[in-house]
Design a binder for this molecule. Structure first.
Ligand code: GDP
Length: 445
């Protein structure tokens, strides 16, 4: 899911690589790329409009950031907007003051309601509740058996139609199920209902009747994330027909384009509470907008890194460096030391490396980074004469030997430092040309 959307969004950020600042034209170009990406992913048009307008607005009013380069800035904004349209903070299930809590499931046939009943049953049980599943889907011939199978797997009892429970009458089964739960002190009742292949007046009426008979605390609309464009129409039909208080997205493990998932909250105004990600009972989780957003952006922990960079970046120092490099100034060993110290401040290098996508050559160099390296580099640089620091070209063999001895290192270590220093110098020059902002080593993003 979201693979295409992720690729398209990532591509739109790449266009910003190497830009020094966000110009109006850059923002417009990026926003129209994002717009195309969302439309291609089947996101509903009103949602796309609101999304792109907000991103544009925020990008234009974004303050020039010392810590983040333009691509990182836009990623941050898009991420925040994704979290927003996905519904922000997750809401908890609402439980009744006086049990049993009644949770009614609604949705088209094949949406995943029966499977969800089992998943929800197991999840509720794990949360310390005593759930009862009620088989009010009498439309599909084997729906009751199917619920009994998942109920057994989840270790959760099932109330099914039997003489006395209302054979053939889904409303009577639902009502007697809730009564049974109250008598036997089950704390939560999950009512599985019948769907149809498409929205249908008779089905909707039945859902309304079951709703009125059981007075549910939650009506969860189960939406198959694979159905694309139709999702919005279906969601609206259920919102107007029976109404619902929350959404469960099912089949998020599929390879659909993901538009349904991104649209449903914006279109119905109802929160997504759970996500279903497979056929197994455990393929089920609370829905977290922020996690979903970073999955869509597919950037690993790059967002965490962006946050961290913002926190620890020394703006004054960076500006000084940028000004120096932009002019005729040179990147000196002293600056190199300062850079290393800056990186070290950001916490474990190794951990950071895991967060950086596509660092290529840089990654290789840093993979062997030892936190004590900064100390060694410092010792080496301090063992140099001012003339050597200013002009490392004069470092011949005997000078290197003297420095190694003075710093308690080896000539090989001195050589290696000088080599890395030259590479860093080249990199810093490149960064300076792109405006000098952004974390060192994050020039790729
Ligand atoms: P219902 O008609 O709404 O009760 O839908 P079902 O629960 O019978 O689900 C329809 C089909 O979708 C079944 O084959 C399920 O195994 C499958 N299914 C349900 N949820 C998921 C999910 O999250 N991921 C995948 N891949 N399949 C699912």
């Amino acid at each position: 899911m979201f693979a295409n959307l992720s690729d398209r969004l990532t591509a739109s950020f790449k266009q910003l690589r190497g830009k020094g600042r966000l110009s109006e034209a850059d923002i417009d170009a990026t926003v129209s790329e994002i717009r195309r990406a969302l439309l291609e992913a089947d996101v509903a048009l009103p949602v796309v409009r609101a999304f792109t307008a907000n991103v544009r607005e925020r990008a234009k009013s974004a303050e020039v950031s010392a810590a983040l380069n333009p691509a990182q800035q836009v990623i941050k904004i898009v991420n925040a907007e994704l979290v927003e349209i996905l519904g922000g903070e997750a809401r908890d299930l609402r439980f009744a003051k006086h049990p049993p809590t009644v949770i009614m499931l609604a949705g088209l046939q094949g949406a995943g309601k029966t499977t969800l009943a089992g998943k929800l049953g197991l999840w509720l049980k794990e949360q310390g509740h005593t759930p009862l599943l009620v088989a009010s889907d009498l439309q599909r011939p084997n729906a009751v058996t199917q619920l009994q199978v998942v109920g057994e797997r989840a270790g959760v009892p099932v109330w099914a139609p039997e003489p006395g429970n209302g054979v053939g009458d889904p409303v009577a089964v639902a009502r007697s199920g809730v009564e049974h739960a109250r008598e036997k002190q089950y704390s939560v009742v999950v009512v599985d209902t019948a769907g149809r292949l498409g929205v249908d007046a008779e089905m909707m009426q039945q859902a309304v009747d079951i709703r009125d008979a059981t007075d549910p605390d939650e009506i969860l609309f189960v939406l198959d994330a694979m159905i694309g464009q139709d999702a919005v129409t279906t969601a609206n039909a259920f919102a107007e027909g029976v109404g619902f208080s929350g959404v469960v997205l099912s089949k998020l493990d599929g390879d659909a384009r993901g538009g349904a998932a991104l649209s449903v909250r914006g279109v119905t105004g109802k929160p997504v509470l759970f996500a279903s990600t497979g056929e197994k009972l455990t393929d089920f989780e609370r829905f977290h907008a922020d996690r979903m957003a970073s999955r869509i952006l597919d950037m690993g922990d790059i967002l965490t890194l962006i946050e961290q960079a913002e926190k620890t970046f020394d703006a004054a120092q960076a500006e000084e460096m940028a000004a120096k490099l932009a002019g005729d100034g040179d990147f000196t060993l002293q600056d190199f030391l300062a850079q290393l110290a800056q990186l070290k401040k950001m916490g474990s290098m190794k951990k950071m490396l895991g967060m950086l996508p596509g660092m290529g050559q840089m990654r290789e160099q840093l993979e062997n980074f030892d936190e004590r390296e900064v100390d060694r580099v410092e010792a080496i640089v301090h063992s140099m004469t001012p003339a050597e620091r200013a002009n490392p070209k004069i470092l011949n063999g005997s000078r290197r030997l003297r420095i190694a001895k003075g710093s308690g290192t080896t000539v090989a270590e001195v050589n290696s430092l000088m080599e890395r220093f030259e590479q860093a110098k080249t990199m810093m020059k490149q960064m300076a040309r792109s405006g000098g902002r952004g974390m060192p080593g994050m020039g790729m993003m």
